[in-house]
Design a protein around this ligand. Structure first.
Ligand code: UD1
Length: 417
């Protein structure tokens, strides 16, 4: 049935280990194409986006072995074949392969990438940047052909911050001839992870985590092992779950250092949060305060990927909250579903106004994208009675087993097949 059934209404209580990060794992997997030798990647989440990325790498003749959360990847028998269109179409991260593929093969046909239906998500920044690095790109109806006689370093001044474009430039630049500078680069921890992986393999990248990244092209990269850090968005999701339902949870391995804006927002809602080396303890009673202004922006500000989870929690807060979504235009698609539960929300373009209600009613809900789907599950945990969230597959793109995690926090829930 592709759904999740939740009997909600109880406080969360317990401990859960936070999985490896999806948005760190995907570009690192794309980067294995650049490496001359074997890559061992530990703590890689078992999620459908990773499955699709591995399928794409296999279609390019990479050897892949998987033992639970550890992947051994060797791209020495690489061949630039057509990639399965359903895997390219399902996730935007397939685009991250572009820079690496051009570096490896010089010529690529790629259909336009898919991903969550949370906005237009154009790819102009990626294509413009690659053109500056010596790539000819011919755009067609369904995709584009990109070709280069050799990538060359360039200076990029990004007109606005883009995580994916920053990653693609880095991947194109590490083995390019000469130096590349990215001004107005994304500062997201995912960029830091990619650069750490590449530098471990012999790349020469400085400035990750700042707005200016400098890449000196090197001749080749060598084999490497790397552990994918924990997922700040999954940790933030369960933190928001505690805001929705109340209770006390320990989020083992949560990357506290990457979660300042999220922890600040939750503290302002009245949660008591303690950071430890081992993770994050969150305690919250059911008297949540509204947030007069919650605005999503690029890191280190509050992440767009947690906007829906906090929106769900704010439906139960005391007073009026205003949420401004500055990154993606369609990120309020869960609003009609939350309204079915009795939430009081009105939206106007990039702004949602939320007037807190005393309780949410259980309902049958439809997820239509990854993070919004997770937020509906959290709302179900807070509502008395049986909630069904349909279209579980969207959530499985990014959460290994959200039901098992929530059960560890005391929620009665299960997958319905
Ligand atoms: C990544 C994350 C996603 C997160 C987002 C913002 C992955 C796999 N996904 O997505 O979870 O929500 O960062 O933190 O890591 N844009 C353009 N032209 C472009 C590229 C982007 O206009 O060529 C726009 C987008 O439509 C959006 C904004 O730039 O409005 C930021 O998008 P970007 O940072 O590129 O997001 P992604 O890398 O796709």
């Amino acid at each position: 049935m592709d759904a999740i059934q939740i009997y909600g209404g109880n406080c969360l209580k317990g401990e859960v280990k936070i999985q490896g990060s999806k948005n760190m794992a995907l570009p690192v997997l794309a980067a294995t194409l650049l490496i001359n030798g074997t890559c061992e990647i530990e703590n890689c989440p078992v999620i459908s986006d990773v499955h699709h990325m591995l399928r794409l790498l296999k279609s390019l003749c990479c050897d892949i072995e998987r033992k639970n959360h550890t992947l051994i990847i060797n791209s020495q028998s690489f061949s630039c074949n057509d990639m399965p269109s359903d895997s390219v179409g399902v996730m935007r991260s397939s685009l991250t392969l572009l820079g690496a593929l051009l570096s490896r093969a010089g010529s690529v046909y790629m259909q336009y990438p898919g991903g969550c239906v949370i906005g237009q998500r154009p790819i102009d920044l990626h294509l413009d940047a690659l053109r500056r690095m010596g790539v000819d790109i011919e755009e067609k109806e369904d995709g584009f052909v990109a070709q280069t006689k050799g990538l060359t370093g360039a200076i990029h001044n990004l007109p606005f911050v883009s995580v994916g474009a920053t990653e693609n430039i880095i991947l194109a630049a590490v083995l390019a001839k000469g130096n590349t500078i990215i001004e107005n680069a994304a500062k997201e921890p995912e960029i830091g992870a990619l650069c750490e992986f590449l530098n471990k393999a012999g790349a020469d990248i400085t400035g990750a985590g700042s707005r200016r990244i400098v890449i000196h092209g090197v001749e080749k990269l060598h084999e490497v092992s790397y552990r994918v850090p924990a997922d700040r968005i999954v940790a933030g999701t369960y933190l928001a779950g505690c805001l929705c339902s109340g209770g006390e949870v320990f989020l083992k391995e949560a990357p506290c250092g990457q979660m300042d804006a999220v922890i600040d927002a939750a503290s302002n809602m009245g949660a008591d949060i303690k950071r430890y080396k081992e993770g994050l303890r969150v305690k919250c009673d059911k008297r949540r305060k509204a947030l007069p202004r919650l605005c999503t922006e690029s890191y280190p500000a509050f992440p767009t990927d947690l906007q829906s989870a906090f929106l769900a929690a704010l439906t139960l807060a005391d007073g009026r909250s205003v949420i401004k979504e500055e990154i993606f235009e369609n990120r309020f698609r869960i609003v009609p579903e939350l309204q079915k539960m009795g939430a009081c929300i009105s939206c106007d373009g990039h702004t949602a106004i939320v007037d807190g209600v005393d309780k949410l009613n259980a309902a049958t809900l439809y997820a239509n994208e990854l993070r919004g789907g997770a937020a509906l599950i959290l709302a179900g945990c807070a509502a008395d009675g049986e909630t069904i969230v349909c279209n579980r597959h969207f959530v499985e793109r990014g959460y290994e087993d959200i039901c098992a995690d929530l059960r560890a926090l005391g929620v009665r829930c299960k997958k319905l097949d």
